[in-house]
Design a binder for this molecule. Sequence first.
Ligand SMILES: Nc1nc2c(ncn2[C@@H]2O[C@H](COP(=O)(O)OP(=O)(O)OP(=O)(O)O)[C@@H](O)[C@H]2O)c(=O)[nH]1
Ligand SMILES: [Mg+2]
Length: 462
Amino acid sequence: MGELPDLAVVGHTNAGKTSLLRTLTRDAEFGEVSARPATTRHVEGVELMADGRPMLRLYDTPGLEDALGLADLLEALSGNERLDGPEQIERFLASPEARGRFEQEAKVLRQLRASDAALYVIDARDPVLAKYREELAILARCARPLLPILNFVGQPGHRAEAWREMLARVGLHAVVAFDTVAPAVDGERRLYAALATLIEPHRDTLEQLIAARAGEAVARADAARHLIAEMLIDIAAMRRTVAEEAAEPTALGALQDAVRQREGAAADALLGLYGFRREDAPTLALPVLSGRHDDDLFHPRALRDAGVRVGTGAATGAAAGMGIDLVTGGLTLGAAAALGAIAGGLWQTVSHYGERLGDRLRGYRELTVDDAILRLLALRAQALLEALERRGHAATTRLELPAAAAPEGWRDAPLPPALAEARIHPHWSSLSARYTPDEDRMAAAAELARAIRALPAPPASE
Ligand SMILES: Nc1nc2c(ncn2[C@@H]2O[C@H](COP(=O)(O)OP(=O)(O)OP(=O)(O)O)[C@@H](O)[C@H]2O)c(=O)[nH]1
Ligand SMILES: [Mg+2]
């Protein structure tokens, strides 16, 4: 027992011990996680960092498999002597069986004896079987505080209540529900708070850890909102001049690609910020990352699914060809907008005006990205952010974006003024050759970041 609290993570095989470590350390690469039992074979320690310094040591351990067999052995080893719990455990650890048949169990108990406390991970979907009671009775003999963690509580049909009841019967009243794949917003804080009551000597450290983690979460969400704001400004400010009409389709395609790339880069940065990998990216909404194109940003269905209002005639079935064209374009003639010819900025309207304006536009055609696309980008980025906030680092499936997670405002309310501002400052776009970020741009980005959804505050307490 050193100055840092040492915590053993113990439990039945496959209960999610390694998964819990992944989520607590925010490291999706920690150890090996698999659906087959006995995945972890050795004790593996890791320091939990916060505020740039280690605050806690966690030890992953192999799963307990044969609690009933071990209970019999402990009894046999005691013979007629009246040994207390730790004495029984020490005798077992010195026995040949601890290097043979019960080698895995010995590793767990040795680590628990060397730790300040243990997190006892439970697969709450399992019925409360006799072998689990035995497992707990053996762990209790190590004379270390145990904090039961109810894992898999995000799954239907879990038996958390039956588990709480059984745990209370053996004197374990502090119990934390913590689904490692989809932890509650407040889950980590509760876990450490419960732990602080169990290991009094380390209470201060654990409280510092809670504060540091909370601070990190705020800073992370803040950085995320800035990443999204930067992307939106880059895209809103973007403009491409087209010399002649014939070159328009090519320019349009190039501009769309630039927008897709920029969205992909922002998504990549968000994933990185939250400690997830590209493989975790949702297939659905990030075709640039996933290589799938059926949910492309410029696909008319994407706007409709997101409930973004695109204005007159745009998404109506009647105008399919034209409508799809214009929504697929997602681009407007910036010059025409600048001339006051259009307000909503729709391709159809623009084409219409374009004909009328004819000469005035000739030789001065500029493509910009439609408001509807900006709305969609904002909605998608915020949905991604929300999903990342809720994802545990033990998750093994790809992220899925909630359909209608982001706030209504981005669907039809006027866009934040910072974006209108960006529209008339082409040099604000980092995608432009003339990119010159000035103070006004920084101010606009900061203002826009504040307009990005503030995440729901965690529930105060249960
Ligand atoms: N849905 C869901 N799956 C989980 C959760 N926790 C773990 N799993 C899955 O359960 C399986 C076992 O998880 P592990 O973390 O390897 O379990 P373990 O306790 O370390 O297992 P051993 O090392 O074999 O003792 C894996 O397939 C995980 O992806 C959870 O909270 N929810
Ligand atoms: Mg494991």
